[in-house]
Design a protein. Structure first.
Length: 287
């Protein structure tokens, strides 16, 4: 063979190896992500006591809904889900508009201390939540916000807002100011240009940020553990932990509760995915 004939053959072999490696990594990742969810569902449908005595399999020997029946009969699961929905929706409703306005101000206006403010917001994410638990507990105790859904909502808002501002600030940088200038020339105010021009273009970023805020609040455990004491104000993350006893772990019921817990997150993702896939299509503008 001449070098001219072997080069394409080598390139084809490299392409095949690359595709094989890509699909191998993709399949491994899918299995690593999907199988725990699948096993959670199968474990919730197994008879009680079966999961602890058997290794994870594709299917249990028999199916049963006893875990779901006992869960709803013995635990105030619906109350915990309702508390979580109230806290999460409230935290998202407060955090998102404030974050959008703050990110817009930091992106569009030039003022002294602008960049230090942006970097300070980012630095707040370097602090672990455990470092702020004691100050938050003392502050909330002095304000009478302990063991209340209002207190949990405020705490969730304070933790999700810095990262939401940072994400939206970076997203708004990709939207040229020329669109707003055109709206201002047409007679819009600064607020009107933001609402009518910039905000519709930023819908994918706002959707992604709202999904992040919702999931972060939905899954948060440490703040709820410290700020609440009575079971009537528990959120779902505390309710899941209650299945772990000193001597007995109610595995099937905990898995059934986990299945119920992930349903709202999946539903929200399917509702928001069309906005997430929408992307941002901006044409070039000649000056």
């Amino acid at each position: 063979m001449t070098p001219t004939t072997t080069a394409p053959a080598r390139q084809r072999r490299r392409d095949r190896l690359t595709r094989f490696g890509f699909f191998a990594v993709l399949i491994t990742t899918i299995i690593a992500v999907v199988y725990p969810l699948y096993w959670m569902l199968m474990g919730s449908l197994a008879p009680e006591g079966y999961t602890m005595a058997n290794s994870p399999l594709l299917f249990p020997e028999s199916f049963s809904l006893d875990a779901y029946r006992n869960l709803l009969a013995r635990k105030p699961m619906l109350l915990w889900i309702w508390n979580t929905i109230v806290v999460t929706v409230a935290a998202t409703a407060v955090t998102l508009p404030l974050s959008i306005l703050a990110a817009y101000a930091l992106n569009r206006y030039r003022f002294r201390g602008r960049m230090p403010t942006i970097y300070f917001i980012l630095l707040t994410q370097l602090l672990p939540a455990s470092a702020l638990i004691v100050p938050l507990f003392i502050i909330f105790r002095g304000m009478g916000l302990l063991d209340s859904l209002v207190g949990i909502t405020i705490a969730y808002t304070s933790f999700t807002m810095p990262l939401a501002i940072w994400v939206l600030w970076g997203y708004l940088q990709g939207i040229p100011f020329d669109f707003e200038e055109a709206a201002l020339v047409d007679g819009c105010t600064q607020l009107g240009a933001f609402v009518r021009v910039t905000l519709p273009l930023a819908v994918p970023g706002v959707a992604a940020t709202s999904l992040f805020i919702f999931l972060e609040s939905w899954n948060h455990y440490l703040l709820a553990l410290v700020l609440t004491s009575s079971a009537r104000n528990w959120v779902i993350s505390l309710g899941l932990f209650s299945f772990i006893g000193e001597y007995v772990v109610e595995v099937e019921q905990m898995l059934a509760a986990s299945v119920i817990t992930v349903i709202p997150a999946f539903l929200l993702f399917f509702v928001m995915q069309r906005f997430l896939r929408g992307g941002l299509a901006l044409g070039g503008m000649k000056g």
